[in-house]
Design a protein around this ligand. Structure first.
Ligand code: PGA
Length: 241
């Protein structure tokens, strides 16, 4: 059996100020981090995070499809690399639904991030309506095949985040999540250029200290992408307990 690294990735979304960032890292007990510890703060806080920790990998929540040019307000993947970011989250459901990022755009973002030597956490997930219509596999297959088209890299991590579980307090059961993760791994092996057995697949959607162990003990769940429960250090530490 392939041993895959497990990750607890905090997605801070548009939260935290400078004081919160410093307080978070001050309160972390590094000796007790059991898994790879990653945080995606607001992009402008990446340098402050890097200055306050040696134990976490720090990354962005989004990046542009180009490295430079007339793209007012965008975040250059080359600049992320330049300031020391390690990874970038691509295709979070909030980017897909609020900012209308489609599969082709996300594919371009993933490619340019990888070209800049940033690890990509590529997010996929179905809505409640799609789940109830029995379309989970169809939706995930499309997001994977289009979003990761022509990508052959060991620096891709998948995050399966059912949209109905994000920020709602409703978590997929470990059985539901495991079943879907197994499908994703098989789909990758059968259809994509990356190696499904080596690719870490994180679960996201209302992960918290009380459910993290049941989720992470599933065979195909290689960690969590965590919003709300990763904002405070004590709760984040609880995800490593
Ligand atoms: P949540 O968010 O843990 O607050 O549900 C997860 C995410 O959006 O990545």
């Amino acid at each position: 059996m392939t041993e895959r690294t497990k990750y607890i990735v905090g997605n801070w979304k548009m939260n935290q100020n400078t004081e919160d960032v410093i307080a978070f890292f001050d309160a972390i007990d590094s000796a007790k981090l059991r898994h790879e510890a990653w945080i995606a703060p607001q992009a402008i806080h990446i340098p402050i995070c890097l200055q306050n920790t040696d134990d976490f990998k720090i990354g962005a929540q989004n990046c542009a499809t180009e490295n430079s040019g007339a793209f007012t307000g965008e975040i250059s993947p080359a600049s992320l690399k330049d300031i020391g970011a390690h990874f970038v989250i691509i295709g979070h459901s909030e980017r897909r639904s609020i900012y209308n990022e489609d599969d082709a755009t996300l594919n371009a973002k993933a490619k340019i991030a990888l070209a800049n030597d940033l690890t990509v956490i590529f997010c996929i997930g179905e809505t409640l309506e799609q789940r109830e219509a029995g379309k989970v596999e169809e939706v995930l297959a499309e997001q994977l095949s289009k979003g990761l088209a022509d990508i052959d890299s060991e620096n891709v991590i998948i995050a399966y985040e059912p949209v109905w579980a994000i920020g709602t307090g409703v978590t997929a059961t470990p059985e539901q999540a495991q079943e879907t993760h197994a499908y994703i791994r098989q789909y990758i092996n059968d259809n994509l250029s990356i190696d499904g057995n080596k690719t870490s697949i994180l679960y996201g959607g209302s992960v918290k200290p009380s459910n993290v162990e049941d989720l992470l003990s599933c065979k195909d769940i290689d960690g969590g992408l965590v919003g709300g429960a990763a904002l405070q250090a004590d709760s984040y530490m609880g995800l490593h307990a």
